[in-house]
Design a protein around this ligand. Structure first.
Ligand SMILES: Nc1ncnc2c1ncn2[C@@H]1O[C@H](COP(=O)(O)OP(=O)(O)OP(=O)(O)O)[C@@H](O)[C@H]1O
Length: 217
């Protein structure tokens, strides 16, 4: 990140941020609710435009082996939502992602074993508990090989044992030369640099935006 400014519309949330991560490095993005952690991840992916600065990629390749033109081509993105279809089986969801993302990794059955869900592949995704759904979403990181993992609250809803599973998976990714950036309120149990986003302070003379509900009265 070179002078990266994170914003939502007119509101500057964070930055300018200067940060460099090499292969095998993890970054934990911390900060209060609304500080801009999710928005930073989405900015890195190119889903939200940056208000300034740039993202420089060096040596990252896309699924077709060509140099990645933007991070979205080289990254897994695990958002708050799990991006799985509730009515499809867990395995069908993972097979979809494996085909869609390119550069195949583990077979879905094997990935489910790694997250302790070997028994649940034939169930509709919606039948799983919240923590089991998160673990199935973590299995998505294993079915396709991507050098950068952008994870938003990856361990939310996970019990202590599953947090250990996450740590094992993440450590294997880092040992393999991967990069991991996680927005989190919880300790990840990984050796990670920390980037703390401060809650933006409005200028002293700022006026509050009009309350849309006022117009109802
Ligand atoms: N879709 C959106 N449209 C407009 N503003 C948004 C949108 N999503 C988030 N924001 C605003 O951007 C700011 C940062 O939100 P963001 O979700 O990045 O925070 P966060 O640090 O990830 O918070 P949390 O810890 O609650 O997940 C908030 O003020 C929020 O209202």
């Amino acid at each position: 990140m070179e002078g990266l400014v994170v914003a939502r519309g007119e509101a500057i949330l964070a930055g300018p941020l200067d940060f460099s991560l090499g292969g095998g490095a993890a970054l934990a993005v911390a900060g209060a609710n609304g500080a801009g952690k999710s928005t930073l991840l989405r900015t890195l992916l190119g889903l939200v435009p940056a208000a300034g600065g740039r993202i420089v990629l060096d040596g990252l390749s896309a699924a077709d082996g060509e140099p990645a033109r933007h991070l979205g081509e080289a990254a897994h993105y695990l958002a708050h939502r799990n991006a799985m279809k509730g009515a499809e089986t867990v395995l069908a969801n993972l097979w979809f992602w494996r085909r869609f993302l390119g550069r195949p990794g583990l077979a879905p059955e094997e990935a489910l074993e790694r997250v302790g869900l070997g028994h649940a592949g034939a169930l509709p995704f919606a039948y799983l508990s919240a923590g089991q759904q998160r673990r199935a979403a973590l299995a998505r990181l294993l079915v396709a090989r991507r050098p950068v993992w952008l994870l938003d609250e990856p361990t939310a809803a996970l019990d202590t044992a599953s947090q250990g599973l996450f740590r094992d998976i993440a450590e294997a990714h880092l040992a393999d030369g991967g990069i991991l950036i996680a927005a989190t309120h919880l300790p990840l149990g990984l050796a990670a640099a920390e980037l703390k986003l401060e809650r933006p302070r409005p200028p002293a003379n700022a006026s509050l935006p009009a309350d849309p509900f006022d117009t109802w009265q």
